[in-house]
Every structure is written in structure tokens, then in C-alpha cells.
Design a protein around this ligand. Structure first.
Ligand code: ADP
Length: 555
């Protein structure tokens, strides 16, 4: 397709406004100045709940910046974290990036050899870690010779000893500093933080964000059409700070002066519920698997939320049944889509003026899609030749994006990751005439049956609504005639009553009429647990391996 190049202009007059670089430290400065006594609450690995204010957070972040410099770390040094969501992790976000270093959040749930690869690839010089990860650190240290400092995030009097790694204590380090520190001013395009994709295929790849991209993303994500954050909110990011910067909440919350509640290591239904209630959380964010645990706890114990009013769900498709259940509890579900390479937010499902005259059911359909792009992001769908496809809600193809906070090159890659200036997301989707995007699959999960592409997500979304189904994954199984046919893998709910044979018949009946005949799974199999990735998504690659020799009854 011919692309129209933008016209080049000569002799432009420049504006005469101040140069005010968009730096991460300016967010903390703002919160300190205007929301100084707003609280940050954290469940700690020490076992208690810690509370302090933005003012104290700012002082300790500056003390941290001073200690990093005294440890000999330099601008752009990569500083890793292996940590839960908590106030010290927040101080690291600001202390490291604010002083011109790069905050590299590492997912501790990855395999140890992937973590070793990531630390060495990033060339991390110091790593902050929660005590939960001490034995992991002891295993990593000999394989990560460039890491000069392993710094344990715990009170001094609870500092563990290790005969394998020489450890520093976070509190002791920062206590030695005055906090009299002025954040340096530098180019807003400087790198601020680094996140690796979980690398379900091949080695993980790093997305290196800048101060500018982080600030623009934070502004956009706080807007009413996006996460709708305000100073009246108490936000609990359940999504980990090691998963794409907790979707940007640690920045956006400070921009609006919201109260922050960090859940620490305990992410089970009961622990989360208790924190929601005791800390009067109004807003949260997390992947569907987290909400499944919480909903199960609340329903089994006949409980109610008293302050919780909205949550962002993303990372994988939010099953419609989950959305309904939360809505019935008076919790608004904000379905969002994005990826590590996009900082991560790309689209958010929100009603538009035109939707207001639609029926409740039609509105629900809009809210279940992945949503409309935020200002700052553009998207298109293309066929296998790269031709743009119509936005008619029917045509589907590879989803490409571009925008102000989207990756150009992976960290240390020679070549740009872009195709004609667009980033290929690896997702397959359609876009309707009103701009609502709907993911039908990741390209590697699509089931190609004869000439037809079957959306595994559509089938899973229906099956997840069956009362006895805990989790459902639909994968491609080999078929000699059709190449691939859908195979449904089911993890039952703990209290599921029916026999496997009965449940199989029941699920297939439940699907009848809800998906086309051609899409009906050829078989249903049961597993104790559907394997999850390090970020809590269904690990379909593993399931495909597990069932690679599965003989469908239709063969
Ligand atoms: P990884 O899966 O490697 O950890 P990300 O966390 O960046 O990487 O995941 C990005 C991918 O997650 C997207 O490309 C998409 O496939 C999937 N995803 C994210 N949000 C949604 C959503 N709301 N619905 C469906 N898929 C989603």
C-alpha cells in the first residue's frame, strides 16, 4: 500500500516556552509538595503493615539516591529489583530513575536461568531484593559476576545472614544519608527503567523506557477515559511492580495524589480481601487469575466489599463471566490491553456517547472488548502482506501499533523492531467502526482449521462462564484433515461436583449455539492445574507440548 509521507517544513519559528524536561523525579517532587501527607501503606515481608506519607517517601528516595552514588554507581547504571509491591520498591523506582540510573525490575517467578540471563544481559550492577528471594539470590550471585551489591530490603534487626553472598542492608545504607539532595536535571529522553518480556519463546527481550515515555504514559493512563484516577482514590496495584511497572500505577498515582496500598507477597483471596477492607481500597488492577482467587474467597464466605468500586483487568482477556460477577458486586471492570513493549497501556474499554443509546447487552459487548486507543497510541490491523484491513468489526488481522510510549528497538538489539514504523504486537484482532478493538488471539495461539482461523479466546470466554469451570484453555490439536482442531483443556473449580464424563457433555452442550459449529471443540480434557506463566497467564505453549501427541476422537 502506498504510504503518504508527511510534508517537510522549512524555516519554522520555535515556541518560546520554558524547557521543562519530563523527568520521573518531578512526579515525586509534585507529590511531596502537594500531597505531602497522603498515605502509602504496605504489607511487608517483616509481617506487619507499614504506613508513611509521600513526604517521607520523597526523603527516603533521596537518601537512596545518595547511597547509590556513594556506592560508586553512575548515571545509566542498571539497578535490578527482585521485590514485591511495597514502599521500598517505590523508593527504588524514584531514587534510581530520579538520580539518572536505570531501574530494572526483574520478575522473580521466572526460571533461575532466565533471571541469570536477564541480569547479565542488562549488566545490572546492584540488585535490591526482598528476603523471600534470599535463596534465589544465593543461587544467582555466582552466575552474575557484574553485580557488585546485593541489597536486602528489610529492617536492620531482621537482616538475614548468608554464608554464600555478601549482603548489604537497605535501611543501614539509607540511614547514613541526609536526604539533602536535589534531583539532577537531564535529557528527558534518558533511559529510566527496563523491563524484560517474559520470553515464552526464546530469550526474554528488554524494553528500555525513557523518562519522557514514562511521564506521557502516566498522564494518559490517569485520564477519565483510561483508568480514571484521582486524589480521592485508594489504589491497590495487585499487578506486580515487576510486571511492566505495575502498569504505570506507581507513577500515575503520584501524579493525581492518590493514596497507595501495596499488598506485598500475599496475593491469595483472603489476604487481598482483608487489605481491601481494612485499608478502604477504592481501585485496583490485576490479571484475571488474581481476581478469580479473590472472587472465589468472597463468594465462598458470603462477603461484600464496602469501598472497592473499580478495577482494571488486563494482561489476558477478562472472561465475560468474571466481568459480570464483579459488576454484580458493584465493581466497575475496566478492561485494558497492552504489552511490555507499550509501557504497557494501549487500549481501554469505555463507553462512548453513541453507546449510551444502546441496550445494556450491547454496552456490555463494548466493555468486554479490549477497547479504544488512548491519545498517544495509534493502531491498525494488517493482512499477511501488510495491507491495512477495514475497521468493520469483522475483518481481523495482525495488530500493529505506534505511539509516544511504544518500543522502537529491544535493549541492545541492532535492528529496530518496527515494520514501516509500526510495532507488530503478535496479537490478532478486529477493530469496529467505532474504534473498539477486540483481540481474538495471540498469533501463535490461533487455531488454524482448514482455511478458517478459530479464536481460542472466544471459546475460552464462553466456557469460563460454566459454573463448574475454574479455568479453560483452548489449544490447537493435530488433525490430519483440518491441520488443527480445537481441544479444550479444563481446570475444574475446587467444589465441582459432576463426573468428568458428565462435565464434558455439559460443557459441550453449554457451548452449543454460543460458537459456530465449525468452532466446537473436538474434545474436552481435564487437568489438575492449568500451568501459568510468570505473570499469571495461561501457559498455552506448555499445554500444546503436553497434548502434542493427543489423538482427537474425531480422527
Ligand atoms: P508477556 O505475556 O510476555 O509477559 P506482556 O505482559 O507484555 O508480555 O503481555 C502482552 C500480551 O498480553 C499482549 O500482546 C496480549 O496478547 C496479552 N494481553 C494483554 N492484555 C490483554 C487483554 N486485555 N486481552 C487479551 N490479551 C491481552
Amino acid at each position: 500500500m502506498t504510504q503518504v509521507e508527511p510534508k517537510k517544513l522549512e524555516g519554522l519559528m520555535l515556541g518560546q516556552m520554558m524547557q521543562f524536561p519530563l523527568l520521573i523525579s518531578s512526579i515525586l517532587d509534585y507529590a511531596e509538595k502537594h500531597y505531602s501527607d497522603t498515605e502509602i501503606i504496605s504489607r511487608r515481608t517483616e509481617g506487619d503493615v507499614h504506613r508513611y506519607s509521600y513526604q517521607e517517601c520523597a526523603k527516603r528516595s533521596k537518601q537512596l539516591a545518595q547511597s547509590l552514588e556513594n556506592l560508586g554507581l553512575k548515571p545509566s547504571s542498571r539497578i535490578g529489583t527482585l521485590a514485591w509491591n511495597g514502599y521500598r520498591h517505590l523508593e527504588i523506582y524514584y531514587g534510581v530513575s530520579g538520580s539518572g540510573m536505570i531501574c530494572h525490575t526483574i520478575n522473580p517467578r521466572l526460571f533461575a536461568d532466565q533471571i541469570v540471563y536477564i541480569i547479565n544481559h542488562a549488566n545490572d550492577e546492584a540488585i535490591f531484593f526482598d528476603t523471600t528471594f534470599l535463596s534465589l539470590v544465593e543461587g544467582l550471585a555466582p552466575q552474575c559476576p557484574n553485580v557488585k551489591h546485593w541489597i536486602c530490603l528489610i529492617d536492620e534487626d531482621q537482616m538475614p545472614v548468608s554464608d554464600k553472598v555478601s549482603l548489604l542492608n537497605y535501611e543501614r545504607l539509607i540511614k547514613a544519608e541526609s536526604g539533602q539532595y536535589i534531583w539532577p536535571i537531564f535529557d528527558e529522553n534518558a533511559a529510566s527503567s527496563l523491563c524484560y518480556t517474559s520470553g515464552t519463546t526464546g530469550n526474554p527481550k528488554g524494553a528500555l523506557y525513557s523518562h519522557r515515555t514514562t511521564l506521557l504514559h502516566s498522564y494518559a493512563s490517569a485520564l477519565p477515559n483510561a483508568l480514571n484516577l484521582s486524589a480521592l482514590d485508594s489504589i491497590m496495584p495487585v499487578v506486580p511492580m515487576f510486571h511492566v511497572n505495575a502498569w504505570g500505577i506507581p507513577y500515575a498515582a503520584l501524579i493525581v495524589g492518590a493514596r497507595l496500598v501495596f499488598p506485598g507477597a500475599k496475593l491469595d483471596g483472603q489476604s487481598l480481601y482483608e487489605l481491601f477492607e481494612t485499608e478502604k481500597v477504592t481501585m485496583s488492577a490485576g490479571v484475571p487469575t488474581i481476581w478469580a482467587g479473590l472472587i472465589n474467597y468472597v463468594q465462598t464466605n458470603n462477603l461484600k466489599f464496602s469501598t472497592f468500586k473499580s478495577t482494571v483487568i488486563g494482561g489476558s482477556a477478562c472472561p465475560p463471566a468474571m466481568m459480570k460477577t464483579l459488576q454484580n458486586m458493584n465493581i466497575e471492570v475496566i478492561h485494558a490491553w497492552g504489552m511490555t513493549e507499550m509501557s504497557p497501556l494501549g487500549t481501554v474499554a469505555r463507553l462512548n456517547v453513541k453507546d449510551l443509546s444502546k441496550t445494556k447487552e450491547q454496552q456490555q459487548e463494548v466493555l468486554q472488548k479490549q477497547g479504544r486507543v488512548l491519545f498517544g497510541v495509534d493502531m491498525k490491523i494488517v493482512d499477511s502482506q501488510g495491507n491495512s484491513l477495514p475497521h468493520d468489526g469483522v475483518a481481523f488481522g495482525d495488530l500493529h501499533v505506534k505511539g509516544a510510549w511504544i518500543i522502537d528497538k529491544y535493549f541492545k538489539a541492532e535492528e529496530s523492531a518496527l515494520i514501516d514504523g509500526w510495532f507488530p504486537t503478535g496479537d490478532v484482532s478486529n477493530i469496529d467502526s467505532e474504534g473498539n478493538m477486540q483481540i481474538t488471539d495471540r498469533s501463535k495461539d490461533v487455531i488454524k482449521s482448514g482455511g478458517e482461523w478459530i479464536s481460542s479466546i472466544d471459546i475460552e470466554n464462553v466456557v469460563a462462564g460454566h459454573p463448574e469451570v475454574g479455568m479453560a484453555a483452548c489449544i490447537a490439536a493435530f488433525h490430519p484433515k483440518w491441520d488443527e482442531r480445537p481441544l479444550l483443556v479444563i481446570e475444574r473449580k475446587p467444589n465441582s461436583q459432576l463426573s468428568q464424563d458428565q462435565l464434558k457433555i455439559d460443557i459441550l452442550e453449554f457451548l452449543q449455539g454460543k460458537v459456530s459449529k465449525m468452532w466446537m471443540p473436538d474434545d474436552v480434557v481435564f487437568v489438575d492445574k492449568i500451568p501459568l506463566t510468570a505473570t499469571g497467564k495461561m501457559q498455552k505453549l506448555k499445554l500444546r507440548e503436553l497434548f502434542k501427541d493427543y489423538k482427537l476422537p474425531t480422527i
